[in-house]
Design a protein. Structure first.
Length: 192
């Protein structure tokens, strides 16, 4: 049986997977599997079918990726979201080692391509994404700092607090207060 793997830009959450599944169904395509940033189709699509799928995805803020470097960067982002942001278990190895092994590339090569495409390092991207998750949890879930630190695999609340202040320029309490008063709007997650 032949399978076609498609890489999807900006597909970083469960809701995105549902949107993609609905689009595929509406176009008459059947996915074997849909994971963050990737679609595994049971059949090969023609160029015309790929264009239709891509047009439908673009209407939702998603997009197929065909460039090899962009595909690799999207795979890095997918792994970041899967392991660093959504996994409840901390990695037992350094993220750089895990990423290298998972993608079968030297980490320096991955880091250079990521920076070339996004203009920031992988490490900085991870930090920014984690802080965006913290902001969301502070406002939407009204979670306690200890709970947030645990969920996002920070080693301590003080490390989380220091990183939050370094990135945002304000403390947790100031952020919550200003956000409740409408002075700070939630930023969208940064996606390539």
């Amino acid at each position: 049986m032949f399978f076609m793997i498609l890489t999807v830009k900006n597909m970083i959450c469960q809701r995105c997977k549902i949107v993609v599944d609905n689009i595929l169904t509406s176009l008459g395509f059947k996915a074997e599997n849909i994971s963050i940033g990737e679609i595994l189709l049971k059949e090969s699509l023609s160029d015309t079918e790929l264009e239709k799928l891509n047009a439908a995805l673009k209407e939702t803020g998603l997009e197929l990726v065909f460039n090899q470097k962009l595909m690799l960067v999207q795979k890095i982002i997918n792994i970041i979201f899967e392991t660093v942001l959504y996994s409840r278990e901390p990695l037992s190895v350094k993220f750089s080692c895990y990423l290298s092994k998972r993608l079968n590339y030297n980490y320096t090569y991955l880091a250079n391509i990521f920076k070339e495409i996004n203009g920031i390092s992988i490490e900085r991207y991870v930090i920014l994404q984690r802080i965006e998750m913290v902001k969301e949890m502070l406002v939407k879930e009204d979670a306690h700092l200890t709970e947030i630190a645990y969920k996002l695999n920070y080693c301590s609340v003080s490390h989380l607090s220091a990183q939050f202040k370094r990135v945002t320029g304000i403390s947790f309490s100031d952020y919550k207060l200003k956000n409740r008063n409408g002075c700070i709007s939630m930023l969208n997650l940064i996606a390539v």
